[in-house]
Ligand binder design. Structure first.
Ligand SMILES: NC(=O)c1ccc[n+]([C@@H]2O[C@H](COP(=O)([O-])OP(=O)(O)OC[C@H]3O[C@@H](n4cnc5c(N)ncnc54)[C@H](OP(=O)(O)O)[C@@H]3O)[C@@H](O)[C@H]2O)c1
Length: 295
């Protein structure tokens, strides 16, 4: 298939493009900066804020992955909704057979954070022009360069003790980047995946606290966690920006989501793309190994 990847230069997209080529697909790597692009596939210019550029980028494509967000912008909700509408229109115009979108886990009957609600809205908007959408919903993706993983790693490496808000007890189901890529590639031309939404996760459900402690143990670092119930989300985001290299806006958006439980409720994907997802410790070791290799 000829497949366009929107977000090809990003954390997930940069690992997905070579995997798609390996699976025999012809990859169009969409980016706003094609001259700078060094990854797999043929670079094509496309900006989700410019529907004309999307029409040109999607010409001749059979399917597309949608891996774009603007989490670092205060008005991400409006931007990401407009972008999804524009992409859905251009995809229908180009006669695409499928869009595959990687969104976020979180229960519909929970009060979802602005970030998770926005990821959910993108799901709906991508499907509004009639192109079948396959949605994979993930929690934290563990891999070198991922925002949430970097937050975890940097906290552990920079602080031997932390005062943390209540969210350290929220349950999550982290997944290794390599496994996300296997699922993304596996659903592309699978007939049973068309128009469906799947939860994806690793084999373990962990609280944020467990994740921090397991990384500290793997890295051989001391870590004392003292939860402080009154630490507000605003204060927490300033604190994160001080300790890590995550900016305040992204930190605040991510912290807003940390009160939502993000665990797999339906594992139907396991019968469609069959393999054993790797455990958290192994995913951490792979992320740390890739960081060492690229340093
Ligand atoms: N990271 C995680 O832990 C995680 C967890 C669950 C779900 N997800 C989902 O996975 C998807 C990808 O996330 P990621 O972490 O890989 O993101 P990322 O590393 O931040 O990459 C974002 C990509 O979006 C592209 N982009 C941004 N604005 C654009 C615009 N106006 N037009 C065209 N492209 C634009 C960027 O490409 P250029 O700058 O080259 O144009 C970049 O490649 C998202 O849908 C996210 O919700 C991620």
């Amino acid at each position: 298939m000829r497949v366009l990847v929107a977000g090809a230069s990003g954390f997930v997209g940069s690992r997905l493009c070579p995997a798609l080529e390996e699976a025999g697909h012809d990859v169009l790597a969409m980016t706003r900066h094609p001259a700078k692009y060094r990854g797999a596939g043929t670079a094509v210019r496309g900006d989700v804020a410019d529907v004309g550029s999307l029409r040109d980028a999607l010409k001749g494509a059979d399917a597309a992955y949608y891996l774009v967000h603007s989490l670092d912008r205060v008005d991400f909700k409006r931007r990401d909704a407009d972008a999804a509408r524009a992409f859905a229109r251009a995809a229908a115009g180009a006669g695409l057979r499928r869009i595959v979108y990687l969104g976020g886990l979180g229960d519909d009957d929970d009060t979802l954070s602005d970030h998770l609600a926005s990821r959910r809205e993108v799901e709906r908007l991508l499907g509004e022009t009639g192109v079948p959408v396959t949605v994979l919903r993930a929690g934290i993706v563990i891999g070198h360069g991922g925002i949430s993983w970097e937050l975890t790693r940097q906290l552990v490496e920079r602080l031997p003790a932390m005062l943390t808000p209540r969210w350290v007890s929220t349950r999550t189901q982290p997944i290794a980047l390599a496994d996300v890529v296997r699922y993304l590639v596996g659903v592309l031309d699978h007939p049973e995946a068309e128009g469906r939404t799947f939860d994806i996760g690793g084999p373990e459900v962990l609280a944020y606290r467990d994740m921090l402690e397991r990384v500290a143990a793997i890295e051989g670092r001391p870590l004392l966690i003292l939860p402080v119930p009154l630490l507000s989300p605003r204060l927490s985001s300033y604190w994160l920006a001080l300790v890590t290299d995550i900016d305040v806006t992204t930190g605040r958006t991510l912290i807003g989501s940390m009160t939502n439980e993000v665990v797999v409720r339906d594992d139907a994907i396991r019968r469609i793309v069959e393999f054993e997802p790797m455990g958290y410790d192994e995913a951490v070791r792979q992320a740390l190994g890739e960081r060492r290799r690229t340093a």
